[in-house]
Design a protein around this ligand. Structure first.
Ligand SMILES: *[C@@H]1O[C@H](CO)[C@@H](O)[C@H](O)[C@H]1NC(C)=O
Length: 468
């Protein structure tokens, strides 16, 4: 080489630099160790860009074909694990371009970056990458909701105490509780779908900050990459990471739902409750106490919600003070996003496994039901006989006090004693009120725990998942 250094061996921006980068600075600055997972998105974006360059007359058809051939080889090398990383490869974009020039020669390879900056390139890559991941996550969420709906349909007969303040409140169907969590995940599925148009807004062709001077047809790039829309202002769209933040926020809320559900099931799986038992596949034993079966899967779901929230808060703080356009702070978007995508995807799949394989103990659920949980039903009985609710609440309260005094259950109070509390009580009171099945069936308005209510919810969720 005639005294001139081969530019493919230099940093992309090396022209004006004479001193070498401090080794720790190189390590601190590089992102290839983690952003290499976007290699396919980077190749896809580069192919679209090369087609845009051909259309703008910057590349000949033959040059563009060479670039595509080279990029396909680069992609294959990553896929097969044969891509050789060089010490100077800073990130996935420079690594791919360096390798491309080795494969097809620097005379053509060196033209690819025309009219493009790493700023619009990386933003494009991340959006392409995240859209694929969102599609996977949507699939996992759908599976989770369907597993819950199937289970709710099958186990509709099981009746258990519904709790408020973790105090026994009123009887509900187990299915109703399970579906309460399924509806939260269904809402998450909706919200995630609503993020897609904002992820699918294209920055490519906006270059570093001020647009490209080669009349590269951005509508053509949009078509090539199948994006929903184009960023309309280069200074806005190139550094825009709102789509990352929104995904992290979405993940945080979804994981809060995950954590709350895990907490319910941890409580219900204790010997004190014994309503559910986790399968061996999702539990672990204790290292010293042979009798123990620990709900580690659920505890991890609960614990990881904190990790996801932390990623969100951390990245939001990284962005908060940055001035307009690209600043290296934005590179801090990748590790939280990647970690969050992995955590969320795995959490949903674990939750699906836990729910698909746990066993319920309907007898224990039923045994936890007590007459006092029907005190409201007793009041409702009198409402149907025309007594104002405020008064019925008071009468029912006196019945509870009487049972406590006599150390008996509400259904052990005699009809004559009820009659003394109110002359509206009739001989059917004990039989019609103190029946848990009747109690849940009476609450048959939309949204309630009756058999009809469960069926309706199952249909609603199945149809909704199908539609999304
Ligand atoms: C009240 O009913 C429960 C069953 O629901 C029973 O186990 C308990 O012994 C009863 N209490 C009294 C005081 O009869």
């Amino acid at each position: 080489m005639s005294g001139q250094e081969d530019f493919t061996k230099r940093k992309l921006w090396g022209g004006r630099f004479t001193g070498a980068t401090d080794p720790l600075m190189h390590q601190y600055n590089q992102s290839l160790s983690y952003d290499k997972r976007m290699y396919a998105a980077d190749v896809k974006g580069s192919i679209a860009h090369s087609r845009g360059l051909e259309k703008a007359g910057i590349l000949t058809q033959q040059e563009r074909q060479e670039i595509e051939r080279g990029l396909k080889q680069v992609e294959n090398e990553w896929k097969e694990g044969t891509f050789k990383i060089f010490p100077d490869d800073e990130d996935i974009h420079t690594a791919n371009e360096r390798r491309l020039s080795e494969i097809i020669g620097k005379d053509i390879g060196g033209k690819l970056h025309t009219g493009r900056s790493r700023n619009d390139q990386v933003a494009t890559d991340m959006r392409i990458w995240l859209m694929d991941e969102v599609e996977n996550i949507r699939g996992y969420l759908k599976d989770l909701v369907l597993v819950m709906a199937n289970r709710a349909e099958k186990e509709v007969d099981a009746i258990m105490p519904g709790y408020t303040h973790v105090q026994r409140a009123q009887p509900v169907r187990w299915s109703h509780l399970l579906l309460s969590h399924a509806h939260a995940f269904y809402a998450d599925l909706n919200r995630l779908s609503q993020l897609i148009p904002r992820i699918s807004t294209l920055p490519l062709g906006c270059a570093a900050l001020a647009g490209n001077p080669y009349s590269i047809d951005r509508e053509f790039l949009q078509q090539e990459l199948g994006f929903d829309s184009l960023g309309e202002n280069s200074m806005h769209i190139v550094p825009d990471r709102d789509f990352v933040i929104e995904f992290l926020q979405w993940s945080s809320l979804m994981m809060i739902h995950m954590s709350k559900m895990a907490e319910d099931f941890i409580i219900y799986s204790t010997a004190e409750f014994g309503f559910i038992q986790l399968s061996d596949a999702y539990s672990t034993g204790s290292s010293i106490m042979p009798q123990k079966k620990n709900p580690d899967s659920l505890e991890l779901l609960r614990g990881k919600s904190g990790r996801v929230f932390g990623q969100m808060a951390g990245f939001m703080m990284s962005v908060k003070g940055t001035p307009s356009t690209y600043n290296k702070d934005l590179q801090e978007d990748k590790e939280p996003l990647f970690d969050c995508v992995d955590t969320v995807a795995n959490s949903i799949r674990i939750a699906e496994g836990v729910i698909a394989t746990l066993a319920i103990n309907a007898d224990k659920m039923r045994a936890a039901l007590t007459d006092d949980m029907l005190a409201t039903d007793l009041a409702d009985y009198l409402v149907r006989k025309g007594v104002p609710f405020r008064e019925t609440h008071h009468i029912s309260g006196r019945a509870v006090a009487l049972a406590e005094k006599q150390k008996c259950n509400l259904s052990d109070i005699t009809f004559e004693q009820y009659r003394e509390l109110s002359d509206k009580f009739e001989p059917d009171v004990i039989e019609s009120v103190f029946n848990f099945e009747n109690s849940v069936e009476k609450r048959d308005a939309i949204g309630g725990p009756s058999r009809k209510g469960i069926e309706r919810q199952v249909q609603f969720l199945r149809a909704g998942v199908e539609k999304l």
